[in-house]
Ligand binder design. Structure first.
Ligand code: TYD
Length: 150
């Protein structure tokens, strides 16, 4: 059994930073772990990994209607920019113990990848192109509509 993650809020709505437990072993090497349900914010139904991203390229640049994502840069580093339509935050993904929860209706962009960066993304839903919001103006309209509903 491992200790629970330390969870920090972001000023961007629903975004959470998870510092996952790490079992440090100077002799055999280290291990970081998260179990679902429990430590992870959802039970993953899919994963994908982006890697070999050329310098200057951006990935993501979209939001989801329903899908939650949990991002871990397992090797190297990159920058994650999150945006709820009002607040933005840049998060440096620079260690395999840091996971970031990106909920629905948060616009996420990854850039500034190191040459060796490997970004693991756990997703709460199977791949569904219709779940993507790729137009920023449409995203802003949807976030405003959501805000006036609550
Ligand atoms: P894309 O959404 O552009 O990736 P990113 O958000 O990292 O910029 O996806 C790139 C291609 O991969 C696109 O043709 C769709 C495909 N793809 C899948 O088939 N399954 C998946 O789970 C994902 C995330 C993408």
């Amino acid at each position: 059994m491992t200790t629970p993650p330390q969870i920090l809020s972001s000023r961007v709505r629903g975004v959470r930073l998870y510092e996952m437990p790490c079992i440090v072993d100077p002799e055999r090497g280290h291990l970081t772990v998260g179990e679902a349900p429990g430590a992870l914010p959802f039970v993953p139904r899919r994963y994908f990994i982006t890697f070999g991203i050329p310098s200057g390229q951006k990935r993501g640049q979209h939001a989801h209607k329903c899908c939650m994502q949990f991002l871990i840069c397992t090797h190297g580093q990159c920058r994650l920019r999150v945006d709820d339509g009002v607040q933005q935050e840049d998060i440096c993904l620079d260690r395999p113990t840091l996971g970031v929860l990106v909920p629905p209706l948060v616009w996420a962009t990854e850039d500034r990848h190191s040459a060796d960066a490997a970004l693991l993304v756990l997703a709460s839903q199977p791949y569904e192109p219709g779940d993507y919001i790729r137009d920023y103006a449409e995203f802003l309209t949807m976030t405003r509509r959501t805000r006036t509903c609550v």
